[in-house]
Design a protein around this ligand. Structure first.
Ligand code: GNR
Ligand code: NI
Length: 174
C-alpha cells in the first residue's frame, strides 16, 4: 500500500465535478485502500478521491475515535436521497484547507444510497458527525468546499492566506 499526496486549495481540480464509477474492481479497491491510508496518516475522518487528484465519485470515511478499533467506510457513487429539515452545526476542517476550521450548519440527518467495497448496493440513514462528514465528502465530488458556506470576505481571506502559504513552501523547496 502507498500513501498519496493531498491536493490543497487553491487548485482548480478541487472545483471540478467527479465522474461516476462504472464498476468496482481491484484497481478501484487499490485506490480506496490508498485513500484510507492517506486519510489515517493525515490524520482525517474522511477523504474524497478528488483530494488525491482523481476525479472519481469515491469516498472513504472513518469517524471512530478509538485508533485501535478502526471502522472504515467506503462509499462509491454516493447519492444523498433525503436530508432532514432540522440542522446541526459542527466545527469542520478539511485536509485540502490545512489549518482552517469553521462552524458549518447542515441538515442533521441524511439518507445515502451508495455502492460498497464489494460492489453491493447499500442504503443508510446517517446522523451526527457521520451525516456531516458524508455531506462534506459528497460536496467534494461536486467541487464544493466548506468555505463556500462562509461569507465571500471570509472565504477570500482564507484562500489568500493559503496562496501565501503555498508560495512560502515553494521558496523553501526551490
Ligand atoms: O478530517 C476531517 N474532519 C472533518 C471534521 C468535521 C467535518 C468534516 C470533516 S472531513 C475532514 C477531512 C476532509 O477534508 N475530508 O474531505
Ligand atoms: Ni474535505
Amino acid at each position: 500500500m502507498s500513501k498519496r499526496k493531498i491536493v490543497t486549495e487553491p487548485d482548480p481540480i478541487l472545483r471540478k465535478k467527479s465522474q461516476r464509477l462504472e464498476k468496482v474492481d481491484d484497481e478501484l479497491r487499490k485506490l480506496l485502500d490508498e485513500m484510507l491510508e492517506t486519510m489515517y496518516s493525515a490524520p482525517g475522518i474522511g477523504l474524497a478521491a478528488v483530494q488525491v487528484g482523481i476525479l472519481k465519485r469515491a469516498i472513504v470515511i472513518d469517524i471512530s475515535k478509538d485508533k485501535e478499533k478502526k471502522n472504515p467506510f467506503f462509499l462509491i457513487n454516493p447519492e444523498i436521497i433525503s436530508k432532514s429539515k432540522n440542522t446541526s452545526i459542527y466545527e469542520e476542517g478539511c485536509l485540502s484547507l490545512p489549518g482552517y476550521f469553521a462552524e458549518i450548519q447542515r441538515p442533521a440527518e441524511c439518507s445515502v444510497k451508495y455502492i460498497d467495497y464489494n460492489g453491493n448496493e447499500k442504503e443508510i440513514q446517517a446522523k451526527g458527525l457521520l451525516s456531516t462528514c458524508i455531506q462534506h465528502e459528497v460536496d467534494h465530488l461536486n467541487g464544493v468546499l466548506f468555505i463556500d458556506y462562509l461569507s465571500k470576505l471570509k472565504r477570500d481571506m482564507i484562500v489568500k492566506k493559503l496562496i501565501k502559504h503555498k508560495k512560502e513552501l515553494n521558496k523553501i523547496i526551490l
